[in-house]
Design a protein around this ligand. Structure first.
Ligand SMILES: Cc1ncc(COP(=O)(O)OP(=O)(O)O)c(N)n1
Ligand SMILES: Cc1ncsc1CCOP(=O)(O)O
Ligand SMILES: [Mg+2]
Length: 557
């Protein structure tokens, strides 16, 4: 494919997304007449004739705020429905407008009342938003009658959007009916054929298929395929209610292949609104341009993090509480300010300590960490293979007291217990350490989890497990870690290209070869992690400064 073609394909999308207002501003500043735009017709032709203009328009379109419209019911308790949808989109960084189909009176006990909004007023709300606000993706929730669904289908014909996410809400999690049985046929015949993805739970999948019983993952595979034959392009059957499973298993079918998506089940009463939230987060990811499978994975991982963060929240007295979509409520409760989330740029100069080297040079671990920070290390990992647990916790606490005021994150190698005991900023684990998804559930969403990876499959798994970054190596031979095959610069490049996470390179890296590592120039390679280049040296601060200046220099050029 020529580079011209590569530019043209996304340009088509950007141009669809660009508003008339923006187009008219561009026409003025590029002295382009409407006749010229019309005559030149397709973006492909425009690109060939005025590539700089199209590039500028594409840049403008990238600045467009991604927008999901939710068409759903209001939940007075704000755990589910429209309220959950808006919070989930906000958490994903996407604007969310709302068309209210019904107003419900509900709380953590159940649904006490439903007041449907008349169809013609649903139509009026749809027209208001869709005619004006450049919606990317529509997500549906509670559609209480066949006529509301019909109103929505005709609005979508009049105002097409990029994608439609259908969460076929029929029964609330408390077991209350939210849509009339007669709506089922309209769902199947009119709405599902328009859907890019439909996300039923077991009860809803069974209802869509005429009441068949779904009791196993094998049943979910069959259900996903049967629902796909009703017309949606992708189906996600959610297995949260599957009996006898410690994992949360969902089945995703894209029309060709079934994928089993597993995550550990978070044990909490605060699960009200998980279905609405998952579908809205998928919609938000699609609005940002993610492919469907990636949108689903990200949504699952987000919901797991939010549930985990909120597992002890107490809101309401009923059996099913809401969770905290923005993961901020505990701040207020504890009066503690929220630390910022992981910044991939912190991986630039990653200093990993070594007790043997400190002993050899007669230094304490705190002196070593102080010197590395003084020289410009951007993140520290305590890798103390020989330390007793008590000494390790104490050393970690003292190092945290050095790192925190300097805003340098401090991670613990291997030992989740030590990290929890001292409230470190995160943990780095390898392939034979505790699995990263367990580390994530133990540490919660706001800590940093790093995973060592030597190949694309491991990188993919680290991402699915909720890691923040991967460490790839050993890049070059090293005597710091025994029995560790090298991947070389080619292996590093292959892993970086496959990884959806930022990468730090490790193994045999020093002032002599750091430049060659960063110069493989793959955008998600964010830095180098080093042990002996800093800590097996006479002056740690001097060596750190030398390495930092080389790295900063490569980044500048
Ligand atoms: C940043 C970084 N990357 C890789 C490793 C290696 O971790 P692991 O594979 O678990 O090996 P040990 O360090 O535990 O021997 C790392 N520590 N840091
Ligand atoms: C911990 C680790 N993981 C892969 S290589 C390595 C050791 C890196 O040490 P050095 O920077 O001294 O080569
Ligand atoms: Mg390890």
């Amino acid at each position: 494919m020529s580079s011209d073609c590569m530019q043209v394909i996304p340009t088509t999308m950007y141009m669809r997304a660009i508003s008339l207002f923006t187009l008219s501003r561009f026409m003025q500043s590029w002295r382009l007449s409407m006749a010229e735009v019309v005559l030149r017709g397709s973006p492909h032709v425009l690109y060939r004739r005025r590539p700089a203009l199209v590039r500028a328009m594409a840049a403008e379109a990238r600045r467009k705020v991604s927008h999901v419209l939710t068409v759903a019911g209001s939940d007075s308790g704000a755990g589910a429905g429209i309220q959950a949808d808006i919070k989930a989109c906000a958490a994903a960084g996407v604007y969310c407008s709302s068309v209210v189909t019904a107003v419900t009176a509900q709380n953590t006990v159940g649904v006490q009342g439903v007041h449907p909004v008349p169809e013609d007023f649903v139509a009026e709300q749809l027209r208001s938003v869709l005619s004006d606000m450049e919606v990317d993706v529509v997500k549906t929730g509670m559609l209480h009658s066949g006529s509301v669904i019909e109103v929505l289908c005709s609005s979508l014909k009049e105002f097409p959007v990029r994608a439609l996410v259908v969460d076929p809400v029929m029964v609330s999690t408390s077991g209350d009916m939210l849509s009339a049985p007669s709506t089922l046929a309209v769902y199947c015949n009119k709405l599902l054929p328009l859907a890019d993805i439909v996300t039923p739970n077991l009860k809803e999948a069974s209802a869509l298929l005429g009441g068949c019983s779904l009791k196993s993952v094998a049943d979910m595979y069959s259900a996903a395929k049967l629902i796909h034959s009703l017309g949606p392009r992708n189906v996600l059957v959610k297995g949260g209610d599957l009996p006898d499973s410690s994992d949360a298993v969902d089945v995703f079918y894209d029309g060709e292949k079934c994928h089993e998506l597993r995550g550990s089940r978070v044990v909490t009463r605060n699960t009200h609104g998980t279905g609405c939230t998952l579908a809205s987060y998928i919609a938000a990811e699609l609005a940002k341009g993610s492919p469907v499978m990636q949108a689903v994975q990200r949504a699952k991982s987000y919901v797991a993090s939010a549930l985990c963060y909120s597992k002890d929240l107490v809101i309401g007295n009923g059996p099913q509480g809401p969770f905290d979509h923005l993961m901020k409520l505990k701040n207020h409760v504890s009066g503690l300010a929220q630390k910022p989330l992981f910044n991939p740029d912190d991986l630039l100069l990653y200093a990993v300590t070594d007790s043997g080297m400190n002993k050899k040079w007669g230094r304490s671990i705190t002196d070593a960490v102080k010197a590395a920070i003084e020289g410009g290390a951007t993140i520290i990992q305590l890798r103390e293979k020989e330390a007793d647990t008590q000494d390790f916790v104490e050393a970690a606490r003292s190092c945290l007291a050095i790192c925190r005021p300097c805003n340098v994150p401090l991670l613990i190698n291997d030992r989740v217990d030590v990290a929890l005991a001292c409230d470190a900023d995160g943990v780095h684990v390898g392939q034979s350490d505790m699995p990263a998804h367990l580390v994530r559930s133990l540490l919660g969403p706001r800590k940093i989890v790093g995973v060592s990876c030597k190949n694309p499959a491991q990188a993919e798994q680290a991402w699915a497990d909720g890691a923040n970054y991967i460490g790839c190596g050993g890049v070059f031979p090293t005597s710091t870690k025994a029995n560790n095959p090298t991947v070389g610069l080619d292996g590093l490049r292959t892993v970086c290209m496959a990884s959806k996470l930022p990468v730090v390179a490790i193994g045999g890296i020093s002032v002599g070869n750091a430049r060659s590592v960063l110069e493989i120039s793959v955008p998600n390679l964010k830095g180098v992690a080093v042990v002996s280049a800093l800590f097996d040296q006479e002056c740690i601060a001097t060596e750190t400064r030398r390495l930092r200046s080389i790295l900063s220099d490569v980044l500048r050029t």
